[in-house]
Design a binder for this molecule. Structure first.
Ligand code: NDP
Length: 299
């Protein structure tokens, strides 16, 4: 199997292997690539999905830690209001209204950020949408839309960002996946598929991008008290999800920035996610049976 492309030197390949050996096998509880500390002060960070929820909190915390931040989302007015507030506090922030699913807008948003910050160092692919309901009652359109936002946009934005990131300081890509990206959940079918794809992309790129010295980090949150449930493409599931018991998005944001500081390759967040992924790792058939029993009971 060819692990490294032919233009990567033997030396780079050796470094990659050393880095890979350092990755623990705790199945995503918290793995570290290396011991690198990343100083957030002065770091130029581009965050997608920054008009609310987790993305907004990441932007607010990152600027307070001294980073300069570009906030991307479709809601221009909301972005401008957040940026105005950050600027009032004396931070360097830029609103970049854009739909990340549109190729021309992806290029435009990167150009805008590069013009303003003279490049950037960290890309956080956080924009996401979901759909709640069984696959048979959904549609190809919903499936494609979710894949566009949660997977293709992150993948293509990353591809476009590589030449910019290679010129950055301690460059990194952070992908915000989900517990559903490590264990598929009934009624979150399209969402689970998109987040699994994002996890696979992240792991593969981690090896590839070692030759560019770009770190590729994954965050796997459990239930979070954001606006995701108000933005669902459909909301037809029957299981009563206790959104009010989810983590505050500010906790997720703190963990994202900690992952960046300590270069953690994968961070699982929330007791629900940790519990589910641990049990699923050792007893996947039991989890299958429990979920199937719940579905039969509800339908
Ligand atoms: P929110 O719905 O609060 O935020 C989603 C963000 O994505 C918004 O800023 C939205 O802005 C943006 N967005 C959606 N579509 C597009 C698009 N086409 N182009 C640009 N921006 C877009 O949800 P969260 O904060 O919870 O979600 C953030 C991430 O966390 C998502 O990837 C989600 O899957 C993940 N996550 C969330 C969990 C939860 O329980 N909430 C659990 C696990 C993971 P706008 O509408 O203005 O474009």
């Amino acid at each position: 199997m060819i692990l490294f492309q032919k233009d990567s030197s033997f030396e780079v390949a050796s470094i990659n292997l050393v880095k890979m050996r350092r990755i623990g096998n705790l199945n995503g509880i918290e793995k570290k690539v290396g011991l690198t500390m990343r100083d957030l002060r002065g770091l130029r960070v581009l965050i997608t999905g920054a008009s609310g929820g987790i993305g907004r909190c990441i932007a607010e915390q990152a600027t307070r830690a001294g980073a300069r931040v570009a906030l991307v989302a479709r809601s221009a007015n909301t972005l401008e209001a957040i940026v105005a507030e950050l600027k009032r506090e004396g931070h360097d922030a830029l609103a970049v209204p854009a739909d990340v699913t549109v190729p021309a807008e992806r290029q435009r948003l990167l150009d805008t950020v590069v013009d303003h910050f003279d490049g950037f160092d960290v890309l956080i692919n956080n924009a996401g949408i979901g759909s709640w309901g069984h696959f048979t009652g959904g549609s190809e359109e919903i499936l494609r839309q979710i894949m566009e936002v949660n997977f293709f946009a992150a993948a293509e934005l990353t591809r476009l960002a590589v030449p910019i990131l290679t010129r950055g300081r301690q460059p990194a890509v952070v992908n915000v996946s989900s517990m559903c990206g490590r264990r598929g959940m009934p009624a979150w079918t399209e969402y689970s598929a998109s987040k699994f794809a994002l996890c696979g992309l992240t792991e593969a790129l981690r090896g590839e991008f070692a030759r560019f010295d770009i770190d590729v980090l994954l965050v796997v949150p459990g239930l979070t008290r954001s606006d995701l449930n108000r933005h669902l493409l459909r909301s037809e599931g029957r299981y009563p999800i206790p959104y009010e018991k989810g983590m505050p998005p500010v906790d997720v944001a703190t963990a994202v920035l900690e992952a960046l500081r300590h270069n953690r390759t994968e961070t699982v967040l929330g007791n629900d996610a940790r519990w589910m992924l641990r049990v699923n790792r050792f007893l996947p058939r039991l989890v299958d049976r429990l979920l199937a029993r719940r579905v039969r009971h509800l339908y």
